[in-house]
Design a protein around this ligand. Structure first.
Ligand code: TTP
Ligand code: MG
Length: 389
């Protein structure tokens, strides 16, 4: 049976939250972003500001020049976080399988959930209505049998849209679109593909897999199947909400990998120490990154077995960081770690496995010293970062 997947993304999220808070801003060109005088960038632009050519990531000073009458607002993250939490709670009322992607977007697997509503679009309308009624926000919904097609559909029907791509219609829908519409095709990949003479999804889909895999490796292979409307990825609900997290904002945005890793290691030590003090282990590890342009993403992984060992948690966090840095080369202003899906004392320690025991003994010793002499009393090799530049 074909799956039924929704991709839901709120329209002009930061701006719309500000407009819901202050209705006088409605219908006007509004920009949420950093200070134009201090090399700030646009985080979100209202649909009234977009015809002036204003978009996220653009320097605020340029946005001011393009549309001097635009109303500029500094970001209020706590407002956006509240709205995001309420948005995700609404989604959870409609399906048990909700995968948040950022603050304002999520995938839902609604296979079989549409029955009381009559059809998937009717279910989508019910969700949009709840969001509008309770949050005064509009959302756009893409409906398809797989994630990638649903995501492209929601982007194409913005704002306040609803677009269903029926199973079997994927290729016809994707064919005429420019390659940049495929998630995962950033500026670099677009350039490589253009050098190969590929500008539309149709051209990418009709290329032999080997050709694209040779040029772009595993990313190329994934893009090739996305271009053909094939995407087997499941909608993965995040682990249980109970979690321990820590984050750190840099004095200056950075892209220095060693520095980011050392910070992440420090944060891992903090959360793991707290975890151990509760006699618990964690099964889920997530990192959070906030870029210089305020965009915030999280990436998470599930461990094969729950662990409370700093080295194990850090190794996973480090992998997530490495993968994310490979996807986007943008300066980072904040890094965070969250461990969740916490389990009690039932963890089974293999009694004679010296490989696993040593890191645990090390953690115990470090915890003890840090408890006595404060967090900065012990530094391991992974903590020692070069000077941030
Ligand atoms: P998006 O969903 O990409 O953008 P949007 O909701 O403002 O507009 P759209 O209608 O096109 O969906 O991002 C969600 C929020 O994330 C956005 O409101 C602000 C933040 N963000 C940034 O801070 N910086 C960025 O570069 C982008 C793209 C988004
Ligand atoms: Mg959005």
């Amino acid at each position: 049976m074909a799956r039924c997947i929704f991709h839901i993304d709120l329209d002009a999220f930061f701006v719309s939250v500000e407009q819901a808070f202050n209705p006088k801003l409605k219908g006007k060109p509004v920009i949420v972003g950093g200070d134009p005088e201090r090399r700030g960038v646009v985080a979100s632009a209202s649909y009234e500001a977009r015809p002036f050519g204003i978009h996220a990531g653009m320097p605020s000073s340029k946005a001011c020049r393009l549309c001097p009458q635009a109303i500029f607002i500094r970001p209020n993250f706590s407002r956006y976080r509240d709205a995001s939490n309420r948005f995700m709670e609404i989604l959870a009322d409609f399906s048990p399988d909700v995968e948040p992607l950022g603050l304002d977007e999520a995938y839902l697997d609604v296979t079989g959930c549409e029955e009381p509503y009559g059809s998937p679009p009717e279910l989508a309308r019910a969700i949009k209505e709840r969001i509008h009624k309770e949050l005064k926000l509009t959302a756009s919904v893409g409906i398809a049998a797989c994630k990638v097609v649903a995501k492209i559909a929601s982007a194409l029907c913005k704002p306040d849209g609803l677009l269903e791509i029926a199973p079997g219609r994927e290729q016809a829908f994707l064919n005429p679109l420019p390659i940049a519409k495929l998630p995962g095709v950033g500026e670099k990949t677009e350039k490589s593909l253009k050098e190969m003479g590929i500008t539309t999804i149709r051209e990418l889909a009709s290329l032999p897999l080997d050709t694209i895999a040779q040029r772009l490796g595993t990313t190329g292979a994934a893009l090739h199947s996305y271009a053909r409307g094939i995407d087997d990825r499941e909608v993965e609900a995040p682990c249980e909400a109970k979690s321990i997290s820590h984050e750190f904002t840099f004095a200056r945005d950075t892209l220095d990998r060693d520095f980011l890793e050392a910070t992440l290691h420090n944060l891992c030590q903090e959360v793991c120490q707290e975890l151990r003090s509760q006699n618990k282990s964690a099964k889920c590890v997530a990192i959070k990154l906030r870029y210089a342009d305020f965009r915030t993403i999280t990436r998470q992984a599930t461990l094969r077995e729950a662990s409370d060992v700093t080295q194990v948690i850090y190794a996973t966090a480090q992998q997530l960081l490495g993968r994310t840095l490979a996807e986007q080369e943008k300066s980072i202003r904040l890094v965070g770690i969250r461990i969740s899906s916490l389990v009690g004392e039932e963890r089974q320690l293999p009694m004679f496995d010296s490989k696993t025991e040593r890191p645990q003994r090390l953690d115990k010793a470090i915890d003890e010293i840090r408890r006595k002499h404060g967090p900065s009393a012990v530094k391991t090799g992974d903590d020692i970062a070069p000077e941030s530049s």
